[in-house]
Design a binder for this molecule. Sequence first.
Ligand SMILES: [Mg+2]
Length: 380
Amino acid sequence: MEEGARARELDVAVRVVQMACSLCQRVQSGLVGRNREQIKVKEDDSPVTVADWGVQAVVSLLLSECFGGENVSILAEEDAHTLSRKDATTLLESVISTVNECLSEAPKYGLKCPPKHLGAQDILDAINSCNSSGGSKGRFWVLDPVDGTLGFVRGDQYAVALALIEDGEVILGVLGCPNYPMKKEWLNYHQRYYRLMTTLSPPSGSWHKGCVMYACKGSGEAWMQPLVHDFGEYDQQSSARMIRVSSISDPAFATFCEPVEKANSSHSFTAGLAHNVGLRKQPLRVHSMVKYAAIARGDAEIFMKFARAGYKEKIWDHAAGLVIIQEAGGVVTDAGGHPLDFSKGIYLEGLNRGIIACSGPLLHEKIINAVDASWDSSNL
Ligand SMILES: [Mg+2]
């Protein structure tokens, strides 16, 4: 694949994620505190909303529009089963209007929108056409339309994650973090006041702005730009800035991130491990792939996730974050120090115990050694 084509893919992917973030923000501000009936629960008990389906439809339609439908293969988290049911007509109508509203803004983002108003079947088809099963050959996009839906419905952190995989390797990743401000110092303020502020007045100023991070494999660069949403035209050149991981390699000064949800991970093991390795700072507990964003940008140094027995990690939860951290100078492996394997379908097969993402190789090695030392005494 020549460089120009890769650059165009990245450019389109960033614009698409910007649009997806604006869709999410609109849905989230309507969800918090009301419209609870618009939140459905999936078989694994995780919530799903208009935004999950809406983003998947929008990404599917826009990528097809930009690259030609026959060239676009997408592996994504959602399908349209629930939406196609007879008792889901209100929900489906919300998705249809949300998607059409979002697509009508495509010109603002420098993208073409589909030429007509889309109906139910168009939307269901767009969602269902994301039916790639991945694998080790060829190219496919990987999408988590809303990563961290639990955070999303609480008005908290979540991410839109889009990556491109070629022959089993993640070659580009885009992470939209609508509630993760451009500066770390704004994070506490943001989290505490977000709900209050958005109910009192429409967003204004810059403290609340989220960001989009992105990187191409092998470029040695990762970038961040603010969300466009209500603030004028898309202008990548003037607003993007390069991001780097933190240079801290002493665990005593490092901050680690861990998942908020207890269901899929073991907090006690990570807490014990953090103590053993000499981590003294409070962990940063954020929902979703925003943890990858935090490390890529130098807000934290370590992310560890150890799944409970029986839980298998899916590729859409890690692909985009992985390449962004790597190009920002960090290291992501399983707990055995091996690269994550994106070539085996929807799951990260053969994962050794868990995932370790670090701001650099020195810290990474210390954590891997500590995992080995602590593992036998744990009962995971
Ligand atoms: Mg999701």
